[in-house]
Design a binder for this molecule. Structure first.
Ligand SMILES: N[C@@H](Cc1c[nH]cn1)C(=O)NCC(=O)O
Length: 408
């Protein structure tokens, strides 16, 4: 049966710490892109070399997901997340303070290493310290924090960088991370339960890899998340400029609406899902509605920034339904493997960028610069996600049924 720590105030303090960590992680993740040419010039790098430097973050982040899940399942929240916050902050500070490329690269690797604990760690806290019927809405709030970090952080830091230069601002970010470490040290506590820890460190991976259901849900989540990874993250701005004659600033504004929509949608879909006590059909319906919104945004005849922004906002809003895949996946298994299950779904989800980002570029080149075929992968992935979600078996392990639900 599910257990929660006794004092609600401790639970909410832990939740606040992990939400702030995910927000911080998202800010340091995108920070280099806000001063790309200044950093490249300072370190004497070409654009390609700068791209490699910034991407070091993801080289550690993606494979670390499996380690993060195992570490959480084995050592719990406090012993993993508190050092992770410190390493993430130290990495950001080192990136800013160093004059040498090698040290800057170590800083970026360290940032990615620490950051890799944030999202899964936050969902782990939600899973272990709150009642099961709150999982979807609270994990939606976690996701919204990251999206707001990307949307608001980018604008706020760009302004500061313009006035003060990138190094003082990046150092300030590192200092904010140090402050967050102190908060986490003081207030981020795990729960002591009488749940059995796994007898073998790698045991949760066996459960994850051998479950056809978890693989299926991870692919559903990945296809559902694909527009955020690929359209919002890379190609959207170009598509908007080319096909809808928006200016670069208008296109960036319209595409950033995906993050705002996603922030609202993650929370809303969580509220509706926890209220209905249901996941699967919401995933199917929101994926279909997101497919419709993106199709209209991409293939519709509009040249108005307002209409494009509204349609992309709707795409993000319905896209918030992808967060429910985490609830679906972990609810099928015992709590002692939740960290690994959540981390695996996340790894497959963010890993889809490795396939789809270059694939879209390839298709655009193949069509001599036209997005007509390349962009069709966006609604197609969403449709595939909805269809595959239909195949997911509804399953709820007793660990994810709260005492109140169990007695009704
Ligand atoms: N919402 C996740 C990504 C995802 C994976 N499957 C479905 N969605 C997310 O934002 N993760 C944050 C991260 O970058 O780790």
């Amino acid at each position: 049966m599910h257990s929660t720590i006794k004092k609600p105030s401790l639970r909410w303090l832990a939740f606040t710490c992990v939400c702030l960590f995910f927000l911080f992680e998202f800010v340091v993740r995108i920070e280099p892109s806000l001063a790309a040419s200044d950093i490249a010039h300072f370190l004497g790098l070409s654009n390609t070399e700068f791209g490699v430097l910034a991407s070091l973050f993801f080289w550690v982040y993606a494979p670390m997901q499996l380690v993060v899940g195992l570490a959480l399942d084995r050592f719990g929240v406090r012993r993993t997340l508190v050092p992770a916050v410190l390493l993430c902050a130290l990495g950001a500070a080192l990136f800013a303070a160093s004059n040498q490329l090698a040290l800057t690269a170590v800083g970026r690797l360290l940032t990615g290493f620490g950051a890799s604990f944030a999202f899964v760690g936050a969902l782990y806290v939600v899973n272990h310290q709150f009642a099961p019927e709150r999982f979807a809405v609270l994990s939606g709030i976690v996701n919204a924090m990251g999206m707001l970090g990307a949307a608001v952080g980018a604008v706020a830091l760009s302004g500061l960088i313009e006035v003060n230069g990138w190094r003082p601002v990046f150092l300030l970010t590192g200092a904010a991370g140090a402050g967050l470490f102190v908060l986490a040290f003081l207030f981020l506590h795990g729960v002591r339960t009488n749940e059995s820890r796994n007898s073998h460190l790698l045991a949760p991976l066996r459960t994850v890899f051998s479950s056809r259901r978890i693989w299926l849900i991870a692919v559903v989540g990945s296809l559902f998340y694909m527009p955020v990874n690929v359209f919002a993250g890379l190609w959207g701005q170009q598509e908007m400029i080319k096909d809808h004659t928006l200016s670069p600033v208008q296109a960036e504004t319209a595409v950033s609406m995906i993050y705002w929509g996603m922030a609202a949608g993650s929370v809303l879909s969580g509220i509706v899902s926890d209220w209905l006590g249901h996941r699967k059909w919401l995933v199917v319906v929101t994926a279909l509605l997101a497919a419709l919104a993106y199709s209209l945004a991409i293939y519709g005849p509009t040249t108005s920034v307002l209409q494009s922004a509204a349609l992309l906002f709707m795409g993000g809003l319905f896209g918030g339904g992808q967060m429910l895949t985490f609830a679906m996946a972990k609810e099928g298994e015992p709590t002692e493997v939740s960290g690994s299950v959540i981390a695996f779904v996340n790894m497959v989800g963010i890993g889809s960028a490795l396939i789809f980002q270059p694939l879209l570029g390839y298709l655009v080149d193949l069509e001599h610069g036209s997005f007509a075929i390349a962009a069709s992968t966006i609604p197609l992935c969403l449709l595939a996600s909805a269809l595959l979600a239909l195949l997911v078996r509804e399953q709820r392990h007793p660990d994810h049924i709260s005492a109140t639900q169990a007695t009704t």
